[in-house]
Design a protein around this ligand. Sequence first.
Ligand code: SF4
Length: 387
Amino acid sequence: GQCVTHCPTGALTVRDDTNKVLRALADPDVTTVVQVAPAVRVAWAESFGLDPKTGSVGRMVAALKRVGFDYVFDTNFAADLTIMEEGSEFLERFTHRGKYRWPMFTSCCPGWVRFLKSQYPEYTDCLSTAKSPQQMFGAVAKSYFAAQKGLDPHKVFVVSIMPCSAKKAESELPTMNDACGDPDVDVVLTTREMDRLFRSDCIVPADLGEEKFDSPLGSGTGAAVIFGATGGVMDAALRSAYFLVTGTNPDADAFSAVRGGKPWREATFTIPGAGEVRVAVVSGLANVRALMDAVDAGSVDYDFVEVMACPGGCAGGGGQPIHCNEELAASRGALLWKMDAKSKIRYSHENPDIQALYRTYLKAPLGEKSHHLLHTDHAAWKTPNAK
Ligand code: SF4
């Protein structure tokens, strides 16, 4: 982040992929689809000096429409989908314990996945096979959505707006091209690149009205928006895992012990019918290394662990606006938790567009189509510096 953008000699520059997006926008044969990650919505407006009320999600959507995207969708949709797949995967592992190595780790942070594969490669099998929301979104856009609209998937161009520079490398992995052979995601822009795109188009967000995400990949629940904050993936996964086992919803705040506070947190919850689930949440690579060493030494024993490479999770990601000597991960994260608390729907399994996707296309979590489009083999690519 900071040292790169402020490199005194100019020898280091930040990669900028906005030209690739501009070329696609100018091509009349291409349908452009953009998805926006949860953490972007609570940070993008900082560079325009707007408070969170004026720099709202609706104004961000309006600005993306001005840029010229054909469809403006929400990564939250795919975060709900990730919960359906990853929550089901956790229950499958949990109820067939002997078949798997423990704990199960979340896999949505590419910084963490790469760290694990290079530093603790013997734990690669412990990663959830679920792709990250950004990749699931691309796979669904180039299959289900393209079919719905009668589009040639090779002519659908998927752009992600991410708080994260590691997401660029994730989208370029040889394993992330399942819908039609092309990459699931064509270009990843960071929050800072999106802000530059707005400026270069002379868009003044404060002057715009609010607009809504397009349908059907534009809806997301409270459980999805918290993916952008540390503890959010675990909280969301437990809400749906509880439902999948018991058939009833837990209190949406039943798992609040995994939120905020210390960078390495532990909790134990009981899911009636499944038993005690021991979970941990960790963010920041120094803390992640300490946790991994403890797991390896056998001094801690967990069933499910959420890991984010950036301190505070994606809210503090390396692609977010930079303010000298200010760390905003916690305050941005608090805005995401507020969005969850205010959401009408706070459980991923209750997102009606996700329910329709399963009913009409995927059929069931962990089914054949899901396996092909939404899961990946983390062992199928090599990190250059693996042990
Ligand atoms: Fe990217 Fe950081 Fe979020 Fe990981 S925690 S996905 S590296 S922004």
